[in-house]
Write a protein that binds this ligand. Structure first.
Ligand code: ZN
Length: 283
């Protein structure tokens, strides 16, 4: 994800304008995409990025170019690069309603009590209807949103325009994540608008690629265990040999999420409490 550049403000469809969060990095790629959704004088702002001061002038430019105000804020989930900008956006444009699926461990970063929304919730603005789909796995409070008028999906961190989603050892759940990908595929989406990276033109192909990627990883991890590798660090060094070393640490979490899934399926055994440093063997 490092090094990719996207414009600060861009129009991705007649009802989707993107304003880049100005927070590029190893995990955020070019930065968080924040979206102005709708066609009217008031539009939904989906996600607020991290809260760096450089973001507000970019958001201001997007609002001017789209000739609109913010109707309300909606969040895909409570990770800091999505919720972190709420305070400064409210300070500049508030008060505004902020809606998300509640998660106390993240919502403290929100200066107002969020309005609770859940699977199936519908949000309306002129020219656009968003339908929430609960998609845990990357984060338990994660919502994706179907843009009904385009059969497109705002995928948050579940599907990215570059790279693959991190399933954190703390709070992530690979089995839930795979189920979430299947649910998104069942929507037969056209485009996907991700929280990081460019618009994905063929959403269904990308979802199949993501599912296949995880199945392939699982095969590689089982093969490593078969060869007698028992530690996550060793497994990562083998199967991520072609990746930059900077990505090996997040890869520990990814391999761990696979092993925890396999453990629940009674296909592997763990010796040790902390899954990240335990010895793992085939069951
Ligand atoms: Zn996230």
């Amino acid at each position: 994800m490092i090094g990719m550049q996207l414009p600060d403000v861009d129009v991705w469809s007649e009802r989707v304008v993107v304003a880049l969060g100005q927070n590029p990095g190893l995990f955020t790629g070019p930065g968080t995409n924040t979206y102005l959704i709708g066609t009217g004088a008031e539009r939904i702002l989906l996600d607020t990025a991290q809260g760096v001061p450089e973001y507000l002038p970019v958001l201001e430019r997007a609002l001017l170019e789209a000739d609109c105000r913010i109707q309300e804020i909606v969040l895909t989930h409570g990770h800091v690069d999505h919720i972190g900008g709420v305070a400064s956006v409210l300070e500049r444009y508030g008060p505004l309603r902020v809606s998300k699926l509640p998660a106390p461990e993240f919502d403290a970063a929100c200066p107002v009590e969020p309005t609770a929304i859940a699977d199936g919730a519908r949000l309306h603005t002129e020219g656009a209807t968003l339908r929430a789909i609960h998609t845990p796995g990357h984060a338990r409070d994660h919502l994706c949103f179907v843009l009904e008028e385009e059969r497109a999906i705002f995928s948050g961190d579940n599907v990215l325009g570059v790279g693959t989603t991190v399933i954190p050892a703390d709070g992530g759940d690979l089995a839930a994540y795979l189920h979430s990908l299947e649910r998104l595929l069942a929507e037969s989406p056209a485009a996907i608008y991700p929280a990081h990276g460019p618009r994905i033109a063929d959403g269904q192909a990308k979802l199949r690629e993501y599912i296949e990627h995880r199945i392939q990883r699982e095969r590689e991890i089982l093969a490593a265990l078969e060869r007698g590798q028992t530690r996550i660090a060793d497994i990562v060094e083998t199967i991520y040999a072609d990746y930059p070393v900077a990505l090996h640490i997040p890869a520990h979490d990814s391999v761990c999420s696979h092993l925890l899934k396999l453990e629940r399926e009674a296909r592997v055994r763990r010796d040790g409490d902390d899954p990240l440093v335990a010895r793992w063997t085939l069951a």
